[in-house]
Design a protein around this ligand. Structure first.
Ligand code: IMP
Ligand code: MG
Length: 178
């Protein structure tokens, strides 16, 4: 799998070190609060699992499955999810976890739906990666692992056509693989 990469962006050690820092920040911010972490499947699975084990708070965990339609490696902007499967977070502080902030369509749509339909006490978001690009939506993440160039990346939960999620590091795919 690693031979399909043009270059490695973040090694396992670099990811682990950044997760340590993020976890300290989140632990401080949510100390004494009723926290529900909402992980967006499938991309945030590995990030979520490594991050939450560094956060010694009595939090609750739930997952949300959304579908962002992709044409090749570019977002089409359409997001769909199962409203009936929205978690019960009324009166709780919610932290959304996602793999990457790209166009922002996914996070914007989840945030709007949770605000309207689930009644959380507060709602923040945390992404492992944020692409540095101009977004048409005014969406920001509250916690960011790494800022990256606007390139298609895989590994550590992120896929290309459902492959590479189990790569333990983050890298840029060779163009001939896309
Ligand atoms: P959005 O464009 O911010 O809505 O991102 C939607 C989803 O597209 C993300 O949650 C990822 O699953 C996927 N995605 C966006 N950019 C990349 C990338 O560079 N590699 C792999 N998946 C990506
Ligand atoms: Mg994906």
């Amino acid at each position: 799998m690693q031979s399909d990469l043009k270059r490695v962006l973040y090694s396992q050690e670099e990811i682990a070190a950044r997760l340590d820092q993020l976890a300290v920040q989140i632990t401080e911010d949510y100390h004494g609060k009723d926290l529900t972490v909402l992980a967006v499947l499938n991309g945030s699975l590995i990030f979520m699992s490594d991050l939450l084990r560094r956060i010694p708070l009595p939090l609750q965990l739930d997952c949300l499955r959304v579908k962002s339609y992709y044409g090749g490696t570019v977002s089409t902007g359409r997001v769909q999810f199962d409203h009936a499967a929205l978690p019960l977070v009324h009166g709780r502080h919610v932290l959304l976890l996602d793999d990457i902030l790209d166009s922002g369509n996914t996070l914007a749509s989840i945030i709007e739906t949770i605000r309207l339909e689930a009644g959380p006490l507060s709602l923040k978001s945390c992404v492992l990666l944020r692409k540095m690009k101009k977004r048409s939506l005014s969406i920001e993440a509250d916690y960011v692992g790494f800022d990256i160039e606007d390139e298609f990346v895989v590994g550590y939960g992120l896929d290309y056509q459902e492959r590479y999620r189990n790569l333990p590091l983050i890298g840029v795919l060779k163009t001939e693989e896309c």
